[in-house]
Design a protein around this ligand. Structure first.
Ligand SMILES: [Zn+2]
Length: 325
């Protein structure tokens, strides 16, 4: 996600009145329990109008409402993100991998959460960053200072975008700085830390430098192929070519869910509201032995990808119509 300069501008909510029901009661929080539906509804308004609904803006800036408890999602995968942005810790006895850096006031507490789960943040060997927007890359500088032994990885374009995005923030209250380029990911590259094998995919679209990641998640010894889609929204689109790239990436990821030998079955999302992760993970608490894992949902993942593709195809028509001549 990214916030354009209209971040704090007032929205009329005219484009989706039903989703903006709460707007009249200005001080009522959008949700106090990080429910996916109201957050997703207002992000849709944001995406459709390019204007941040005030309710959503207030919610995203409310640190108390963003805080959620970290949790074990799989034997070797832990959620250490905040309400609206994910960070995933993949663990091994020989060291860990962290997907995404969070930002601002949340990166330090993320390290506390990692300790709370029983791991030493100093054992993080690799921090892989999906793309250059502040909510995923903004905490890289703080992490690098706190974790001097960790390496950081992005695609070449991701590094460029992150530097550009940080530079653009220099005059804004929520300014951030980016670290120097470290590991440059290429399509198909496998990063190995202990027994973790994390495969990077260049999936341009949300930004042109967006990377996605495939890795194994274990549940009681059973292996599931998990995937983190690096960018889900079309809120930072600069033209039809970018939408075309997004559609191609979504199709490619969908094909991975139908791979004949080792299909992806599990979407460990970058934004929990995008696929109801917040609600699905609650089922982990009451799950009985032998019951299916609530986050292993290939049908749900395919449906989400189909919805993303359909939305992008509509957007493509609109973006092409904007083009001169
Ligand atoms: Zn983004």
């Amino acid at each position: 996600m990214t916030f354009p300069t209209s971040f704090l501008r007032t929205s009329t909510c005219a484009a989706a009145a039903a989703a903006c029901v709460g707007a009249a009661s200005a001080q009522e929080p959008l949700t106090t329990r990080c429910e996916s539906a109201p957050i997703a509804a207002l992000f849709k308004v944001f995406g459709d109008t390019g204007r941040m609904p005030p309710d959503l803006g207030r919610f995203l800036q409310n640190a108390a409402l963003q805080r959620i408890e970290p949790y074990k999602a799989f034997d070797n995968v832990y959620y250490v993100g905040i309400c609206w942005v994910s960070a995933w810790l993949i663990t091994s006895p020989q060291g860990h991998v962290l997907i995404d850096a969070l930002y601002g006031p949340y990166t330090g507490p993320m390290l506390d959460h990692i300790r709370q789960l029983g791991f030493d943040p100093q054992d993080i060997r690799q921090v892989v960053i999906t793309h250059g927007h502040f909510d995923h890359a903004g905490g890289a500088a703080a992490l690098k200072a706190a974790l001097p032994r960790a390496r950081f990885a992005m695609t070449a374009e991701g590094w460029r975008e992150a530097a550009e995005s940080a530079a653009e923030s220099a005059t804004r209250p929520n300014r951030w700085t980016m670290i120097d380029k470290d590991i440059v990911l290429t399509d198909g590259q496998v990063l190995q830390v202990g027994d973790i094998r994390l495969q990077a995919f260049e999936t341009p679209g949300h930004t042109m430098g967006t990377a996605s990641f495939a890795f194994d998640a274990y549940d009681g010894g059973r292996r599931h192929r998990a995937f983190t889609v690096g960018g889900l929204g079309l809120n930072a689109i600069k033209g039809p070519e970018q939408v075309e790239a997004f559609i191609a990436s979504v199709k490619r990821i969908r094909a991975l869910t139908e791979d004949a030998t080792d299909p992806v079955t599990t979407h460990l999302t970058t934004h929990a509201f995008s696929n109801g992760l917040t609600e699905a993970k609650e089922l982990l608490k009451t799950r009985k032995p032998g019951e299916p894992h609530p986050l292993v949902d290939p049908k749900g993942f395919r449906a989400q990808l189909d919805t993303l593709q359909a939305g992008a195809e509509q957007r493509l028509v609109a973006e092409r119509a904007k083009k001169p001549n």
